[in-house]
Design a protein around this ligand. Sequence first.
Ligand code: CMP
Length: 398
Amino acid sequence: MRTVASDLKSRVYNLLEGSWQKEAGGKAVNFFLLSLIGLNVLAVIFESIEDIGRRFEAPFGLFEIFSVAVFSVEYVLRMWACTADPSRRYEQPIAGRLRYAATPMAVIDFLAIAPFYLSILFAIDLRFLRVFRLLRLLKLTRYSPAFETLGAVVYNERRALGSAFLFMLIMLVFASSLMHVIEKTAQPEAFGSIPAAMWWGMATLSTVGYGDVTPITPLGKLLGGLVTIFGIGTFALPAGILASGFAQEIKKRDFIVSWTMVAGVPLFARLTAVEISEVATLLRPRTAIPGEVIVRKGEPGDAMYFVASGRLQVLLNPQPVQLKSGDFFGEIALIRVGPRTADVVAMSSCQLLVLNSADFYDLLDENPALGETIRRIAEQRLQDMGPSQPSGTGDDAA
Ligand code: CMP
């Protein structure tokens, strides 16, 4: 039975964390918080101008107290309401809340107010803490899908980026060590040790070239020239990797989810036209190229997928299972709040409709019959996999 408190908690959850349209006032609350973050950043910037900072010391102080009060209430409410998360990840009152407190967004929320309380408890130099207030800017990441895209690009390209950084590090160590050997007698202050020479190495390889330390021996100049030429290529690598990653990420979304596309998924056949339109707003388009691994066995699940067109394979033993237009996959990890049970690979160019985990749980909440069908199919799939996969999809998620 839902109590008044749990109803209130769900409403607070939807106001702060859920989709804005779901709760009346959600848009207003989020707009207010966004504006306050913006004003806070402006305040820190203007306060640093000595004249303005001194003249408006009192209003700045009051604004800071008001902001910390609002952000503190926001933090406490988020911590209180997180147990209403539909995925039930944070369901336990203490362990769940601790888990929530350790999520990156909650840590950012905490850091945004912690310096203020620290300055009350301990006599810390306030000017130093002022800069930490800029951490409030990070709170904006919650509101922008662009940060999600950036995160996805960095994650997808992590191996290529890792190799590029390793290559940069090798170049830096080699260039600086060689320059140290060549120039140490001529310029002991600038190149007397390898770490000292690394300052020159960084400035040269990155092509910034401060010019405060430069080689003066002919051999040093020759090496400096070579390092500059190689530096352009090496340090441009990460930028190139990120640019192509962005292009790929954007290409993945280059079709529009239409009503007909959603209506064509057999699972949604029993929904009314209005319900299908609502589902269509939740689904994100994603394309996949042949051979692309969409979900990887063992990884945590963050979305479920519907196949709008194309062919895929679920890599199961002894026989892979084929998926085609109208099928869905990726539901098991979400229902069980556990790892993916198999790799799913695109066999042709595919158009997929992606339902992220939060919307998945909401949809199941709102359409129990749909939830029942998905659970039944997931249960069947788990049984087909054999005894190595513990079944039990019934009560694991909302
Ligand atoms: P999940 O475990 O999240 O990720 C891998 C997906 O493969 C899984 O969800 C199912 O959606 C899908 N899958 C597993 N077994 C089968 C099966 N026998 N037939 C079709 N799809 C399956």
